[in-house]
Design a protein. Sequence first.
Length: 400
Amino acid sequence: MSLNILIAPSGFKESIGADEVADCIAEGILRVIPDAKIRKAPLVDGGEGFTKALVTATGGTIHEMEVMGPVGQPVQSHFGFLGGTYQKTAVLEMAAAAGLRLVPRDVRDPQLTTTYGVGQLIRAVLDLGAERILVGCGDSGTNDGGAGMAQALGVELLDDCDRPIGLGGGELRRLDHIRTDHRDPRLANVQIDVACNWHNLLCGTSGVARVFGPQKGASPEVVASLESALEKYAAVIEQTFHLDVREMPGSGASGGLGAGLFALLGAKLHPRYNIVMEYLELDRWLPQSDLVITAEGCIDFQTPRGKIPVEVAKRAKRYNLPVIAIAGTIGENASINIEHGIDAFTTILESPCDLAEAINQAPILVANAAERMVRMLALGYDLPRTAQLSIIHPSLPKSA
């Protein structure tokens, strides 16, 4: 009896996409178990790859365009239209216009980066007659609360002298009032659904500047400044629209873009997997699997807060399936993931190396890690012939 393995990874940020990660894991497995039955369900969480994954799953179309990138320079971006939907449904990801990958490492400063290009993508799909827009939030290089996105669509963010504030999260400190008189009128007739991390909040002790600002280049002083700016932004939003977005679920998604989409454009925020799993095939393949392998760039204490490995594990446990995670790195308090359905995890790193080398060698390292993992599983169990998994999940029956 051959082993049925479901590979359901995320991509590795700034390195390789989910499709390639799945291919590399499969390569490593087949070196050990040539007759394994492998199914691949590469996943996205609203960040990089969201648009292309949903377009591919539905037989839709991709459109390329140039937008203002997060540091104010033009970048090549894209959006898509889904196939097979009764509404004309556009899909876009903020990472394609304002992602961290688009911010050179030597100029990373979330006080200055902007989501203006996201607004340009929204305007482009409106020009093409979109009736519904799906927006993926994730992998952002910004902390402007979606202000730049709104400015690109005609929302006026003004200081106390009635002058427009500039671009970037730092400019929100100058915000005094908001006017929507010149907001693109087509937004009133379109449904905007946002796939976001429900755990990410705009302000408070777990506010987005505090949690993610350092990853985007913010020093402790800059983090404090950005927190203050977002508090000011939230106060003006509440004053203008009578909406309190400070600790609303999803409000901190993509540097606060969730709050901006909700308050300034009238979008509806959704836990991201509620949207993603509507189009991808993970749940279809789980009942037919013996083992699930997932992957992420880093496994740590934040993984249970809406990251793909734990979402996969949660769904796999409905069928009592063992789950293994392969990680680029293993971070602080990673063992907490054992409590959330991941039975074991391993890293791709084979020896000490710098980040650039790890990124460059990622495909090889992922395949090698998968091979090592399966060889350890097979130790003492002739897996290609018997598909015995009791080494990692004693409750599973032994197969003859």
